[in-house]
Design a protein around this ligand. Structure first.
Ligand SMILES: Cc1ncc(COP(=O)(O)O)c(C=O)c1O
Length: 386
């Protein structure tokens, strides 16, 4: 039996798996049991920012694993402190909490903003239409997509959804009872769609008027992916809280909540916690990720390469392409037709991309991908969207 058959027999069938049996990864490439090589321009759903088997990460993991793999959060742990300092000193935030995943960062943030609002008469929390926040009941309460919510209700009270980029909807929903508005500045699962200037300006004015918190979900877009450490930096806006995960653990499970001065004293001893969050091995890998991104000017590389790739895409003048949306290495190519068959055909040519939002090809390459990789991708695209 192959992997697919063995999996099919015993797993809850929650994932549509790719028919690949991977034996190892190296840089931007994956190698399978049958001797094939694949260019991975999806990077483990934006997790593998430095590609596979990056020496800085494997070294950091091995070194930390040889010291201790877990202590519990009763202990002060140097890798946690060092990674926290790197994130705080390279941002405008004051406090950090480490979680195990993106969803848990969202879940913790829901608790943080609820506690913050509890003595202020602010109880309402909003997410955005077409957004993605995770799979817990809290995360699902922020979302509007039936695809994810069907059959799981009832959801948390005092949650609602605002139509993304619709200023009228935003104005009609937030008020003095609003505790927080959660948004992805660039929606990933939603098809790589950026927030508009008008929406951000309105959000800024309403936050000034009513004093609610704005939470930026940077779980997919954060840590250099868009050519800035955080995607919100592109939009001239400072959120009060940011959630990160995916690339921050260098492939190990890790997430974090960062908050500004408005929330810095909300949490006190015992009001929130986790056994594994801030695992020292994951934090050691995270330090390697951040240092490599900063020391190797990877964010410049992302901006330049993305601009070049966008020009190549525009030059294709392909009639099947409806719109190209490039935010650094968060790239969406919207087609006039369904994108899943194109992603499947590209896989057959040895290139991994993702299909999302029905008609969008989502490309989330490792930040180390160069022109060579993008040329391979372009070639496969040309052959498959004919
Ligand atoms: C924007 C965003 N928020 C939250 C999540 C949930 O993160 P996780 O899958 O680590 O729980 C994801 C995952 O895809 C995401 O893209």
């Amino acid at each position: 039996m192959n992997f697919l058959e063995r999996e099919h027999n015993i797993f809850f069938q929650t994932y549509k798996r790719l028919p690949l049996e991977v034996v190892k990864g190296e840089g931007c490439y994956l190698f399978t049991k049958d001797g094939k090589k694949y260019l991975d321009m999806f990077a483990g759903l934006a997790v593998n920012a430095l590609g596979y088997a990056h020496p800085a990460i494997t070294h950091a993991i091995a070194e930390q694993a040889s010291k201790y793999t877990h202590l519990s959060n009763y202990f002060l742990q140097e890798p946690q402190i060092e990674l926290a300092e790197l994130l705080i000193h390279n941002s405008s935030f004051k406090r950090i909490f480490f979680s195990n995943s993106g969803t848990e960062a969202i879940e913790g943030t829901i608790k943080l903003v609820r506690k913050w609002g509890s003595n202020k008469g602010k109880k309402n929390i909003f997410g955005m239409s077409n957004g993605f926040s995770g799979r817990s009941m809290g995360a699902l309460s922020l979302m509007d997509k039936e695809k994810y919510r069907e059959g799981y209700g009832p959801f948390l009270e005092n949650f609602g959804s605002i139509e993304f980029n619709n200023v009228h909807d935003l104005k009609s929903k937030v008020n003095a009872e609003t505790a927080a508005v959660f948004l992805e500045f660039i929606q990933g699962e939603g098809g790589i769609v950026g927030v508009t200037k008008e929406f951000i300006e309105t959000l800024t004015a309403l936050r000034d008027e009513y004093g609610f918190l704005v939470v930026a979900d940077e779980i997919q877009s954060g840590i250099g992916r868009t050519g800035k450490l955080f995607a919100f930096e592109q939009f001239n806006f400072h959120p009060d809280v940011v959630t990160i995960a995916k690339p921050i653990g260098g492939g190990l499970p890790l997430g974090a909540i960062l908050g500004n001065e408005k929330v810095e004293n909300v949490w006190t001893y015992g009001v929130h916690g986790t056994t594994f969050g801030g695992n020292p091995v994951a934090c050691a890998a995270g330090i390697a990720v951040i240092k490599t991104i900063l020391n190797n000017q990877l964010m410049n590389h992302v901006r330049e390469t993305s601009q070049w790739f966008k020009e190549q895409l525009i030059n294709l003048k392909h009639p099947s392409i409806k719109e190209i949306r490039c935010y650094g290495f968060m790239i969406g190519i919207e087609l006039h037709s369904e994108s899943a068959p194109v992603a499947e055909a590209m896989l057959a040519l040895g290139v991994l991309v993702n299909a999302t939002a029905n008609t969008v090809i989502r490309i989330l390459p490792p930040l180390i991908a160069g022109k060579k990789e993008f040329e391979i991708l372009l070639n496969a695209l040309k052959q498959t969207i004919k």
